[in-house]
Design a protein around this ligand. Structure first.
Ligand code: 5GP
Ligand code: ZN
Length: 111
């Protein structure tokens, strides 16, 4: 996708503070962290949102969760919250699916 900021990060056209990369996934620290530890796990395949996942993506969807938990442990995040924003009203700003991992402070309720 030409105008997608996360595709540009994946292609290294925009720098990021990377934690992890393999053939299918990249993880990097959020540029505007909402907690002391806040990183994003992003599939390299451009899927617009969780709602756009297809059956063929089931393996990817499982991998993103397990990878996020592993990276949280490796980076001593401690307890963490997993967030997928889906759609503008839910706060999604980048329309390339990504998983937020937040931790390092007591996280309050969502509202
Ligand atoms: P969303 O609101 O779509 O769920 O989350 C998008 C996230 O991407 C936000 O937390 C925002 O701070 C982060 N973000 C947007 N642009 C960049 C960028 O260029 N680099 C990094 N590292 N994070 C970004
Ligand atoms: Zn993209």
């Amino acid at each position: 996708m030409d105008n997608c900021i996360f595709c540009k990060i994946i292609k290294k056209e925009i720098p990021s503070k990377k934690l992890y990369e393999d053939d299918e996934m990249i993880a990097f620290w959020d540029i505007n962290p909402q907690a002391p530890h806040h990183f994003l796990v992003v599939p390299k395949k451009h899927v617009a949102s969780v709602a756009a996942l297809e059956e063929a993506d089931d393996k990817l969807a499982g991998k993103i969760l397990r990878l996020g938990a592993r990276l949280a442990k490796e980076n001593n995040v401690g307890d963490f919250r997993v967030v997928f924003n889906n759609g503008p009203l839910a706060g999604q700003e980048v329309f390339h699916m990504h998983m937020h991992i937040l931790g390092g402070r007591r996280l309050g309720s969502f509202a």
